[in-house]
Design a protein around this ligand. Structure first.
Ligand code: PLP
Length: 379
């Protein structure tokens, strides 16, 4: 089955009791058993729920994986994966990382004796140097947030294959429409479903997908034991959202590219971070591992000050000032004073997050209106 067909049909079957074409919201905590030990496959909704199961199968199919698991948030999905590790185990992570992942690693799991190394993965030899027999996980985000750097997933997978570690990829920014890490050799894919997969800014949810049965059974064991599941209402909303994932992503990618090109030729703009531009240092790798370049665009101003960035934000009329990303509506944010405010300035600058850096989540409105808004805000 091709991607668009999977987006609409995978995991979803007519409801066995009524024939309803849409999977119902099974708003139930428990299931009546015929007699002890005999049931219809469901016992208690923490363990499994038919609405959640349909979404888990759908997301697994979209990533080209065998097993999916959904959680109450993206961070709950990462939390589940990290709980597979033991004290003394080591993780190698990208240094430019979603702030919440960084906080989870450093303030929760470090306390339990898990050692996290951060390194830039644009140069894979950095990872090679850190890999040792205690390394149990390599954690990657590509494109990275908010500078849109690209990491070579297949190259990294080759390196990790010869070790004791698994390769986990946070595929939130790309979505399986744009990039499928399992097909490039990764062991697990993680999503903040909150973003493009849900796509309508109305749900907070996370997911893990794998083709490895051993990893899958650990994920389900921890999902049930720790209990950070999503509810059936949210699963239903996302089942509805993913049916248009391919159409939304095509438009996000087309609008993203046009915005990046517009900004590149604007006299007030210093630098544009978008892997779809031939000038982007990761463009060739992006071209080979991605199908389109998403709607995420960052740029900095010639007047590289917080004031200039704030003043631009205040002139936007279509772009809404908000954290998060991946919804149908265009959002704008200032990482240095919003998502990345807790990072010390020196480290922030080292990561390429300048004072004036602005991050756009380009929505699927008409491109003319999007460009008019940016033109107005830049003048
Ligand atoms: C938002 C986000 C997360 C965290 O997901 P939540 O659903 O907010 O818990 C993780 N990784 C990336 C790249 C994100 O953008």
């Amino acid at each position: 089955m091709k991607f668009a067909t999977k987006a609409i049909h995978a995991g979803v079957k007519p409801d066995p009791s009524t024939g309803a074409i849409m999977t119902p919201i099974y708003q139930t905590s428990t299931y009546v058993q015929e007699r002890v030990g005999v049931n219809k496959g469901y016992e208690y909704s923490r363990t499994s729920n038919p609405t959640r199961s349909a979404l888990e199968s759908s997301l697994a199919a979209l990533e080209g994986g065998k097993s999916g698991a959904c959680f109450g948030s993206g961070l709950a999905a990462i939390d589940c994966l990290m709980k597979m590790l033991n004290p003394g185990d080591e993780v190698i992570s990208t240094s430019d990382l979603y702030g919440g992942s960084y906080r989870l690693f450093n303030t929760i799991f470090a306390k339990y004796g898990i050692v996290i190394h951060y390194t830039s993965m644009q140069d894979l030899s950095n990872v090679e140097q850190l890999l040792n027999e205690r390394t149990k996980m390599v954690w990657v985000e590509t494109p990275t947030n908010p500078t849109m750097s690209i990491i070579d997933i297949a190259g990294l997978a080759k390196l990790v294959k010869n070790s004791n570690a698994i390769l986990a990829v946070d595929n939130t920014f790309a979505t399986p429409f744009v990039q499928r890490p399992l097909e490039l050799g990764a062991d697990v894919v993680m999503h903040s479903v909150t973003k493009y997969l849900g796509g309508h800014s109305d749900v907070v949810m996370g997911a893990l997908v794998t083709s490895n049965d051993e990893i899958a059974s650990e994920i389900y064991r921890i999902q049930n034991a720790s209990g950070a599941i999503c509810g059936p209402q949210d699963a239903f909303l996302v089942l509805r959202g993913v049916k248009t994932l391919h159409l939304r992503m095509e438009r996000h990618c087309a609008n993203g590219l046009k915005v990046a090109e517009f900004l590149s030729s604007h006299p007030a703009v210093a630098e544009v971070c978008y892997p779809g531009l031939p000038t982007h240092p990761g463009h060739d790798i992006a071209k080979s591992q991605m199908n389109g370049y998403t709607g995420m665009v960052s740029f900095s101003l010639l007047d590289d000050t917080t004031e200039a960035a704030h003043s631009l934000l205040s002139r936007c009329r279509l772009f809404a000032l908000a954290e998060s990303l991946g919804g149908v509506e265009s959002l704008i944010g200032h990482p240095a004073s919003m998502t990345h405010a807790s990072i010390p300035k020196e480290e922030r600058l080292k990561a390429g997050i300048r004072d004036s850096l602005i991050r756009l989540s380009v929505g699927i409105e008409d491109i003319d209106d999007i460009l008019i808004d940016l033109e107005h805000a830049l003048n």
